[in-house]
Design a protein around this ligand. Structure first.
Ligand code: PGA
Length: 238
């Protein structure tokens, strides 16, 4: 797999912000390995450019009486090939491992590439529970998943998201290896691609990108700023 740069714009950006943002990045990305995940209401404006578009979340059923949700089939029908699942901001609003598991199964079966977010809180880290938490989240999410080749894991320590604090390169490397080891143990799948997310910006990207086992980055805040995002993309996809 090529390295990827995923932008998670969350519930940011007004309509005029996205018009400006799209004007500023237009013609400057030229890679399907850049995946922008806007608020779903703006998805149509992001389609048909020189980058990929992803969902920030996706529902676990394909069709029916589910007010407000979007299904993998609907996303695929719009030429969307990626979705984030299990972001910590959703987990903190009662999205359980079992809901995440259903979403991962259905999305992968429908040939969406799933960016599965996992990561420990500061409290969990401080009592040395990082590995335990990652194990629970990963086993929980991957149980019964047949199309594991459609899964990319994003290691996003909750304490790093939006805080400006980034783990050391050694910490990230150790965790990526741990994630690959437990995925191999659990589903017998070698070298699952792992990306890193949490306070990535144009200043720290060169350092993070030098971690050779990382397959890319998940960018939050900095993905709402076109010049920051383009700089990050330059470093990762060079
Ligand atoms: P951040 O967010 O880059 O603003 O820390 C990352 C994320 O939540 O995916």
């Amino acid at each position: 797999m090529n390295k990827i740069v995923v932008g998670n714009q969350k519930m940011n950006m007004s309509f005029s912000d996205i018009s400006r943002f799209i004007d500023e990045i237009k013609g400057k990305i030229n890679s399907n390995d850049v995946i922008i995940c806007p608020s779903s209401i703006y998805v149509p404006y992001f389609l048909n450019h020189d980058f990929s578009v992803g969902m920030q979340d996706i529902f676990y059923d394909n069709k029916g009486a589910y007010t407000g949700f979007i299904s993998p089939i609907q996303a695929k029908g719009m030429n969307i090939n990626y979705t984030i699942i299990g972001h910590s901001e959703r987990r903190s609003l009662n999205e359980t491992d079992s809901i995440i598991n259903k979403k991962v199964i259905n999305a992968t079966e429908n040939e969406l590439k799933v960016i599965l977010c996992v990561g420990e809180t500061l409290e969990e880290k401080s009592v040395m529970k990082t590995e335990l938490v990652l194990r629970r989240q990963i086993f929980g999410a991957l149980t019964g998943v047949k199309k594991i080749e459609n899964v990319i894991i994003a290691y996003e320590p909750v304490w790093s998201i939006g805080s400006g604090i980034v783990p050391t390169k050694e910490e990230i490397e150790k965790i990526v290896l741990y994630i690959q080891k437990i995925v191999k143990q659990y589903v017998n799948y070698e070298d699952i691609p792992v990306i890193y997310g949490g306070s990535i910006n144009s200043q720290n990207i060169s350092d993070i990108n030098s971690i050779s086992i990382l397959k890319g980055v998940l960018v939050g805040d900095a993905s709402c700023n076109s010049s920051e995002f383009l700089k990050i993309k330059e470093v990762v996809l060079k």
